[in-house]
Design a protein around this ligand. Structure first.
Ligand SMILES: Cc1cc2nc3c(=O)[nH]c(=O)nc-3n(C[C@H](O)[C@H](O)[C@H](O)COP(=O)(O)O)c2cc1C
Length: 182
C-alpha cells in the first residue's frame, strides 16, 4: 500500500466507524490534559467524520469535567484500534456549546432516547446526592469537533509491522507523509 492509499483507507474506516455501531472504529478513546495538568483518557462514540476537512465529531455532556478541560487546553489525541491497526489522531478541539448552530443541528439528528441521556444528573456527580433540579436535556448537550493535524498509522503484521505518519493542513489537505520504524 502507498502512503496515499493508507490515507484513503484510514478515513474510509473512520467513516464506517461513525456509520456502523459494530465496526472497529465506532468506539474510540479521547485523550486530553485535565485542569491539574494530568493526562485523562475516556471512551467516546464517534458520531460523524468529514474526510475532506479531516474532522471527527463527538457528543458530550457539557457538565462533564472534560468540557472545562478542553476549553482550557484543546489539544487532544484520539486513539482507535481495530483489525491489527492502530490509529493515533492528533488534533485540536472546537467546542460547540448547547444551542449553538452545530449543537442544534446534531441534537435534531438524535433519537429521543439518546436525547434523554442528557437529562440526568451531571456526569461524575455523587450518587448519594441525587439532584432534584429539573434539567432541560438540550441545555447540557455539547459537540466536539476535532480538526486532525497528524495521523499516526501502525499495522501489526507478523513479519512486516508498518507505521506511517501523515500530516494535514488546517484545511484538511495532506501536506506530507512518511514511513517510520514501527
Ligand atoms: C462504550 C462507551 C461509550 C461512551 N460514549 C460516550 C460519548 O459518546 N460521549 C461522552 O461524553 N461520554 C461517553 N462515555 C462516557 C465517558 O467514557 C466518560 O466516562 C464520561 O464522558 C466522563 O468523562 P470525563 O470525566 O473525562 O469528562 C462512554 C462510555 C462508554 C463505556
Amino acid at each position: 500500500m502507498s502512503l496515499r492509499e493508507i490515507d484513503t483507507a484510514c478515513w474510509q474506516q473512520l467513516e464506517t466507524g461513525a456509520r456502523e455501531p459494530d465496526s472497529g472504529f465506532h468506539i474510540l478513546t479521547l485523550a486530553s490534559v485535565d485542569l491539574q495538568g494530568k493526562p485523562q483518557a475516556r471512551t467516546l462514540v464517534l458520531r460523524a467524520v468529514d474526510r475532506e476537512k479531516r474532522t471527527l465529531e463527538f457528543h458530550t455532556d457539557m457538565r462533564s469535567p472534560k468540557w472545562q478541560a478542553l476549553a482550557v487546553n484543546p489539544e487532544v489525541t484520539v486513539l482507535g484500534y481495530s483489525a491489527k491497526t492502530q490509529l493515533r489522531l492528533q488534533g485540536t478541539v472546537e467546542l460547540h456549546a448547547a444551542h449553538s448552530a452545530v449543537a442544534e443541528a446534531a441534537w435534531q439528528r438524535l433519537s429521543h432516547r439518546t436525547q434523554q441521556t442528557y437529562a440526568g444528573a451531571a456526569p461524575g456527580s455523587d450518587i448519594g446526592n441525587p439532584s432534584r433540579n429539573i434539567v432541560n436535556a438540550e441545555d447540557n448537550f455539547g459537540v466536539l469537533i476535532i480538526q486532525i493535524n497528524l495521523l499516526d498509522w501502525c499495522l501489526l503484521a507478523r513479519e512486516n509491522n508498518q507505521r506511517a505518519l501523515l500530516n494535514y493542513r488546517s484545511d484538511g489537505a495532506l501536506t506530507n507523509s512518511k514511513w517510520v520504524h514501527p
